[in-house]
Design a binder for this molecule. Structure first.
Ligand SMILES: C[S@@+](CC[C@H](N)C(=O)[O-])C[C@H]1O[C@@H](n2cnc3c(N)ncnc32)[C@H](O)[C@@H]1O
Length: 426
């Protein structure tokens, strides 16, 4: 068992080293785990502590800097990673003798004395000093903290920033016509704990139960992994049986397959995406889920190769992703402060090009998994000023009103999303 613990820490350290050199956490961790023979408990340790160490980097570095007589950025990458991994274990309540001792054992041999001394000082330190900034305490860049405080005030911002640090549970969308109770019973027999989700009727929140890829209901398409906020976007489109719908930025297909389940075999979902590789994943999912009404087309949504008019168009646009930081441990450190403004240009172009595809009396839903002003209020104001015959319709619950659209935040227990629903006058 002790050996497993040590191997888990060695693997976590290898992952952190690669992330420091530019690899993505959500890619490198599964890759290293797939090649390891660790027990399930040790695998969970690796995922939790690598993701947590990356998320909480700013907080951990502040604590380590106070305990170290050498600046952290003057240290070798692997020494710095060992310190962060140890400090994260202390932060999460791993007993100090294990957090320090086992981490020192996998640290680079030449630096073990130094790592041991610094981690012991962190273990013995009291609370963070008074006046520690929200950005340090919640481990976010200041520009993200400032943006949230400006929109939500200090308490609302704190709730979102704390939620960003909580790894999400798995949420399922159950296919229309399938009794959720049968799926719940099946998952319970695999050891999972399943609860009804609170925001979207019929959605299920699942904890435990092993690897979702092995769950029969997911393999045969009776259920699909999809966050409640994304399910609420599909609901905001109000897809009805037999309708023709375009999804202009559709890959990897979570929302397109949700729309297809609702338009049924007599309807059509044209799924456009600019990236052929991502679209192949969508086509594979549609096939596995037996949804032949999905037509995947590689295309730039700014110039959609489509004629005629559609009942509804979904523009689930590329965005800064600040509403899904809890899913991507390193994303908060990667997104540039200039990204929202740059992405808003593309978002407006996609909405503008999609509008002519909407039939008279039809609707367009614009959605983004972020909360920045440029990508939400800014795009909404532009759309209402520039799209002929466009009228905003409040998306209704579970969306909370935000200007002419609706918003959900990570502090609501789901991904952060914004939607704008426009109907086209007749
Ligand atoms: C937020 S993701 C879409 C997620 C998808 N709707 C789902 O629910 O699974 C945005 C997508 O836009 C695509 N994209 C980026 N630029 C595009 C463009 N100019 N035209 C069409 N798709 C684009 C990206 O490849 C990415 O798959």
């Amino acid at each position: 068992m002790a050996d497993g613990h040590r191997r888990a820490r060695a693997l976590a350290l290898a992952a952190l080293d690669r992330i420091e050199r530019g690899a993505h956490a959500h890619v490198v961790v599964p890759e290293l785990l797939a090649r390891s023979a660790l027990a399930p408990r040790d695998r969970a340790f690796v995922t939790d502590h690598v993701h947590g160490t990356v998320r909480l980097r700013r907080l951990l570095d502040a604590r380590l800097s106070r305990a170290s007589d050498r600046p952290l950025d003057a240290l070798d990458t692997s020494v710095r990673s060992a310190l962060r991994l140890g400090a994260h274990q202390l932060h999460t309540g791993v007993p100090p003798h294990a957090a320090v001792g086992e981490t020192v054992a996998v640290a680079p041999a030449r630096a073990r004395g130094f790592v041991n001394a610094v981690l012991r000082r962190v273990a013995g330190a009291g609370a963070d000093p008074p006046g520690t900034s929200l950005g340090v305490l919640t481990s976010h860049p200041d520009w993200i903290v400032d943006g949230l405080v400006a929109q939500l005030g200090a308490a609302g911002a704190r709730a979102v920033l704390d939620a960003d640090n909580e790894p999400p549970a798995v949420t399922l969308r159950v296919r229309p016509g399938i009794a959720p109770g049968a799926v719940v019973a099946e998952l319970a027999s695999l050891g999972a704990r399943v609860e009804a989700a609170t925001l979207v009727p019929g959605a299920l929140v699942v904890r435990g139960g092993g690897d979702p890829a092995a769950w029969p209901a997911l393999r045969d398409g009776r259920a699909t992994v999809q966050d409640q906020a994304s399910q609420a976007v599909v609901h905001a489109v109000e897809p009805a049986a037999g309708e023709r719908i375009v999804d202009v930025a559709a890959a990897p297909g979570g929302k397109a397959t949700g729309l297809a389940e609702r338009v049924g075999a007599g309807g059509t979902v044209v799924a456009l995406d600019r990236h052929a590789g991502r679209l192949r994943r969508l086509a594979g999912a549609a096939q596995r889920m037996r949804l032949p009404q999905v037509r995947a087309v590689v295309a730039d949504g700014r110039r959609p190769p489509l004629h005629g008019s559609f009942d509804a168009v979904l523009v689930d646009a590329p965005c800064s992703g600040l509403g899904v930081l809890r899913r991507r441990p390193d994303a908060r450190w990667r997104v540039a402060p200039s990204a929202p403004g740059e992405l808003a240009v593309l978002q407006r172009a996609l909405v503008g090009a999609a509008w002519p595809l909407v039939r008279a009396g039809g609707r367009l839903v614009y959605s983004v998994c972020t909360w920045t002003t440029e990508e939400t209020d800014g795009v909404a104001a532009w759309a209402l000023a520039h799209l002929p015959d466009a009228r905003a319709e409040a998306p209704g619950p579970p969306w909370r009103p935000r200007g002419p659209g609706g918003q959900l935040l990570p502090s609501d227990g789901c991904d952060g999303m914004f939607v704008l629903r426009l109907s086209r006058g007749t």
